[in-house]
Design a protein. Structure first.
Length: 602
């Protein structure tokens, strides 16, 4: 008996220890220190008004039902400090100004891209993560910050899988939500703060709504963890966009049999000039701006209903209600058409060596232009750049992202679509299929194309978009094109110096390394700092407190291909060896390519 009690005490003590460890990490997620910059410098990419529109126009996404005023009132688990304080959110990689204040556009004084929206007929204001959260970058040098509008974010927003490090946004947010719900003093403060004079009348309701949102977070975390859906850690600056959209739209919303392992996180691409590209996405799979944006919004949490209350699939005009905001999406898209690539700021990052850059221009024409300078044609009002697509076996970079998108299949029969009806929709498949579509085995790109077409039609109707307005809202009258090449696109390189790290999976930290043979590239390096290295054109890669160790040996993270090396051109070798002085010359040219300084080269 004594033995039994001793064992029991031991087990209880061990459990207590485990709980203490978990609580410790919950209370202290491993975040970088987030030292504020002395000043944020904006480049001349567009007007200050355009910037505000871009930063804070909502698109209709919801963060699992989180209300805006809840988010701004949340406290940290073991203190009364505000979770949404700008300095705290900056530690997850979100962008702020050193002494930013609340404004009418940003009443919660939140980072770039944290907007809010209200759905028609509802009093609730939801937190809305908009484009600018993922497509705005920043570089730090000598204590100064340089904002890159339309550049690549470095935050840890998307991860839903808890780790012991605890460095992700979702995990820290859940810790705050849970402690608010379960700690009565915290909840009391929170509820008084959110409800003000309505406290007595509404705090019960608030508690119920709050629990619903918390449960959704926990359900997703549990689902994604026990199914092992995201085995390759995304870390800062990446997400498996297509994989997550498919798991949300076809897995969560239709059937668990549609969950697929998403092990190909990709970088957030830069957005200047993208409206002139014939096809977008890393694998060149999307064509129509509105459909692309709706698909993205669904992936980021816009609501979508496929079924009625009795779990019967919606039909006809009822398909598909969603919280996407097509007028706002169109406003953002138009604003982005005015965004210029960032021009190298000599006063902040150092003077350009013009003779060296001129030498780089020659090397660029010889070694790079064949792929990176697209053919341009005029189509109506718009100049269209026809980007080169390089099959994965030629470019040799990590094939996982392109393969997953081309090969994963999803069963959408539960939606009961009529194949004859699908044929009359504005979806254009490339190449045109010779056989009827098999709705039990649809690819993510095709499935999403039809879903977004239904969502778009209904949203246009509800927003009273007229037939005349439609082509403009769609974007240049383009159809919802779908391509599934196992290939990556070679984008034009204006402003690319500001978009580290490189390749679709962010596996190469600097342009210098990208122009070096693979065995000279770093096998592992740290991500998550904004400190810029203006010599090699990338973020700094050395260890720092709570940095994320990026390991290029993990599936999806490979840093192979796009190689310049002596010998045969195969397995990702795409050009001759570039001598170090040639690499420096090319880097100097890439700093000015497409900007005002290019015209001043000798
Ligand atoms: C949660 C982060 C996130 C948000 C929010 C987001 N995007 Fe993206 N976006 C991505 C990622 C990741 C990709 C790359 C996906 C791929 O190609 O596999 C991408 C790709 C794109 C591309 C293709 C660019 C290219 O070079 O091919 C465009 C254009 C784009 N996004 C525009 C937008 C717009 C406009 C919005 C808002 C309406 C938006 N995005 C919101 C993460 C985001
Ligand atoms: C054979 C075609 C080809 C040639 C030649 C080529 N590239 Fe690329 N480049 C690509 C493709 C395709 C990608 C995208 C690969 C990926 O993301 O996996 C790319 C990506 C890049 C990127 C990263 C872009 C980003 O946003 O991450 C840079 C920078 C770049 N190339 C620079 C150069 C330079 C400089 C040269 C000449 C020295 C060059 N490339 C020559 C096809 C080419």
């Amino acid at each position: 008996m004594r033995l039994f009690y001793r064992l029991l005490i031991l087990i209880v003590a061990l459990l207590g220890l485990c709980l203490a460890v978990v609580l410790y990490y919950v209370a202290n997620p491993k975040l970088p220190s987030g030292t504020p910059a002395q000043q944020v410098h904006y480049l001349e990419q567009w007007s200050a008004n355009d910037r505000q529109t871009y930063y804070f126009t909502p698109q209709g996404t919801q963060v699992k039902g989180l209300r805006y005023d809840w988010f701004t009132a949340l406290e940290l688990p073991f203190s009364q400090q505000r979770f949404a304080a700008p300095e705290y959110l900056a530690r997850f990689g979100f962008l702020i100004d050193p002494d930013q204040k609340a404004t009418p556009n940003n009443p919660g004084n939140l980072p770039v891209g944290f907007a809010r929206h209200q759905n028609p007929g509802s009093p609730d204001q939801f937190l809305d993560i908009t484009c600018a959260a993922c497509h705005t970058g920043e570089l730090r040098f000598n204590g100064q910050a340089i904002r890159i509008d339309g550049g690549s974010a470095q935050h840890v927003l998307p991860s839903s899988v808890p780790t012991l490090r605890g460095g992700s946004f979702g995990q820290a947010l859940v810790a705050s939500l849970a402690s608010t719900y379960y700690n009565p003093w915290k909840f009391e403060r929170f509820a008084r703060n959110v409800l003000g004079p309505d406290y007595d009348a509404r705090h019960q309701q608030l508690r119920q709504d709050f629990k619903k949102s918390l449960d959704t977070f926990l359900k997703v975390a549990w689902n994604d963890t026990h199914r092992g859906l995201y085995p390759t850690q995304e870390g800062p600056g990446r997400t498996d966009a297509f994989g997550r959209i498919a798991n949300a739209s076809f897995g969560d919303a239709i059937s668990p049999s549609n969950y697929r392992v998403a092990n190909a996180p990709v970088d957030y691409p830069q957005l200047w000039d993208m409206w002139t590209f014939d096809w977008v996405q890393w694998n060149g799979s999307a064509q129509q701006p509105m459909a692309r944006n709706i698909g993205e919004a669904l992936g980021v949490g816009a609501t979508l209903n496929f079924f009625d209350e009795n779990r019967q699939p919606l039909r006809g005009e009822d398909r598909y209600p969603s919280s996407v905001r097509v007028r706002d999406l169109h406003l953002i898209e138009e604003t982005l058409q005015r965004l210029k690539p960032p021009a190298w700021p000599e006063e902040l990052l150092g003077a350009i060596d013009k003779p060296l850059a001129a030498r780089g221009r020659g090397l660029f024409a010889e070694n790079c232009a064949g792929c990176h300078v697209p053919k341009v044609t005029q189509e109506g009002e718009r100049w269209v750049q026809h980007l080169h697509m390089l099959p994965v076996e030629i470019i040799g970079t990590d094939p996982t992202a392109a393969n997953n998108i081309a090969n994963h299949r999803f069963d959408l029969t539960a939606l009961q679509w009529d194949p004859a009806e699908l044929q009359n929709m504005e979806v254009k498949l490339h190449p045109k299929p010779t056989e009827p579509l098999d709705l039990s085995q649809l690819s993510v790109a095709k499935g999403l194309a039809y879903v977004t077409a239904f969502v778009e039609n209904r949203a246009y109707r509800e927003a009273n978009i007229t037939a005349q307005e439609k082509p403009q809202f769609d974007g240049f009258g383009l159809p919802i094109g779908v391509r599934e090449k196992v290939a990556y696109k070679a984008r034009p390189l204006a402003g690319v110096w500001a978009t580290a790290p490189f390749l679709h999976n962010g596996s190469v930290p600097s342009i210098y390394q990208l122009l070096s043979p693979q065995d000279e590239r770093a096998t592992t390096f740290y991500r998550g700092t904004f400190e810029y290295d203006p010599r090699h054109l990338g973020y700094r890669t050395e260890a720092f407190t709570n940095g994320f160790l990026f390991d290029t040996r993990i599936t999806g993270n490979r840093n192979s291909g796009h190689e310049f090396r002596a010998g045969e051109r195969r397995n990702g070798v795409i050009g001759r060896l570039l001598q170090p002085e040639e690499r420096w010359a090319l880097l100097e040219y890439l700093k000015v390519l497409g900007g005002p300084l290019e015209k001043q080269l000798p």
